[in-house]
Write a protein that binds this ligand. Structure first.
Ligand code: NZQ
Ligand code: ZN
Length: 391
């Protein structure tokens, strides 16, 4: 196990009616003038926005509003939010909705005090240390943005989708009422399930040894996600299943399952090119990419994949042929993605074979290098092969 620092400072208020605490929590964390930032209307239709307004008013907190964050949130709205916050002297941002609204809120929060174009921070991965505090109310169990140090923004200028991971991006509080996820369309629920599984797998695929505790915790969370996913797809209003999934989404990405390990995140890098080019849902892109990435990397990591197959999918280990066991585990993920209504091929996603060279060339590699990742270092040719495995 490697040395590590772990600080997950977010205060979580979890359970039924917790959204009614938003005024009190905002006050507790120092907010006096709030920007309520949300997506394209689900929070209005569900009545959540009105509850938030009422709770802030009851706590005598002034606020302004900016809606319109779209899936794969855009830089243009971030610029608008930054201007609004500066004009209105906003000192607290509430991101309400899914990962897109929350990520957009986070981008605004670091953009306001930044003396320059906020996009530079994403492009150059600057570790800025000033931000307006962000609180969230989550309506989609998926990205874990409510507890993560990440924000992912798409810049329409060049259709670049870049993630930023810095500690200042962790929300000060997050309100999580599983009932708020009842209204999700099945497709969005499924996208969220794939995304949270992927966040665990991205950390699980590591060459670091002596991480048995983290491996076993990861396997347990994955098993729970898979079981509760099947329940929720049959009964979207099953409170227990929604609650377990919601908390799993947070745990999957606040890095408790990644400490002490070398991490890679290649599947996310490749997926971000799919959602940038075709504007597909992040989870749907991952459902196509992950099995391809696993098939490509499995031959050099057979033991780890066989362990995954056995412990998560209860597949008997064939000690004469570990590769067979490993392959069965990958097939089980693919079957599960199909069962919950996710695409597993380029065609189902609307992606095209002729775009593979463009997708491959655009994949962002740290420091402009030519090798992506450390679990299985990938050349551009390897990346192209993984995209081809998605056909
Ligand atoms: O915009 P509204 O009207 O709110 O509708 C949304 C949107 O259309 C809808 N929705 C959300 N909650 C709902 C609901 N509809 C009905 N009932 C509800 N309770 O769902 C649609 C998708 O929302 P979105 O926020 O885009 O989904 P998600 O939470 O999956 O976020 C995806 C974005 O997060 C990024 C992704 O790349 C993508 O841009 N990620 C962020 C991460 C992070 N910050 O840590 C990590 C992830 O790996 C990911 O990259
Ligand atoms: Zn993700």
């Amino acid at each position: 196990m490697l040395n590590f620092n772990f600080c997950s400072p977010t205060y979580f208020a979890f359970g039924k009616n917790t959204e009614e605490e938003v005024g009190k929590l905002t006050k507790k964390f120092g907010g006096t003038k709030v920007l309520i930032h949300y997506g394209q209307g689900s929070v209005e239709r569900s009545g959540l926005l009105n509850k938030v307004r009422k709770s802030l008013q009851q706590s005598n907190i002034d606020f302004v509003e900016l809606g319109g964050a779209q899936p794969n949130p855009r830089a243009s709205l971030v610029y608008e939010g930054i201007e609004l916050c500066r004009k209105e002297n906003v000192d607290f941002i509430l991101g309400i909705g899914g990962g897109s609204a929350i990520d957009s809120a986070k981008a605004i929060s670091i953009g306001v005090p930044y003396d320059g174009d906020f996009w530079e921070i994403y492009e150059k991965h600057l570790d800025v240390d000033k931000a307006i505090p962000v609180g969230t109310i989550v309506t989609l169990a998926a990205t874990g943005s409510e507890g993560s140090l990440s924000s992912v923004i798409t810049n329409e200028n060049g259709w670049k989708k870049y993630g930023l991971n810095i500690e200042i991006l962790r929300p000060v509080f997050s309100i999580m009422n599983p009932e708020l996820t009842y209204s999700l369309p099945p497709y969005q629920t499924a996208c969220g399930i794939v995304d949270m599984l992927s966040h665990i797998l991205e950390r699980y695929f590591s060459n670091t040894n002596e991480v048995d505790l983290t491996d076993r915790m990861s396997e347990a969370v994955m098993k729970s996600i898979i079981e509760n996913a099947l329940t929720v797809m049959n009964n979207p209003k099953d409170y227990g299943a929604r609650a377990n999934l919601m908390w799993a989404g947070t745990i999957a990405h606040n890095n408790i399952l990644g400490v002490g390990k070398e991490q890679d995140w290649s599947s996310h890098r490749l997926e971000h090119e799919l959602s940038a080019l075709y504007d597909v849902a992040h989870g749907a892109g991952l459902a196509v990419l992950l099995p391809a990435y696993m098939k490509f990397t499995m031959p050099k990591h057979v033991m780890l994949y066989a362990q995954l197959a056995n412990r998560v999918w209860n597949i008997d280990v064939n000690f004469e042929n570990l590769q067979e066991t490993a392959s069965k585990g990958i097939a089980a993920f693919e079957t599960f993605f199909k069962m919950i209504g996710m695409p597993t091929t380029f065609a189902e996603l609307g992606a095209k074979e002729e775009d593979i060279p463009q997708l491959t060339a655009k994949v962002r590699i740290k420091d402009g290098g030519d090798i992506l990742g450390v679990f299985e270092p990938l050349t551009r040719d390897d990346i192209s092969s993984i995209f081809r495995l998605c056909l």
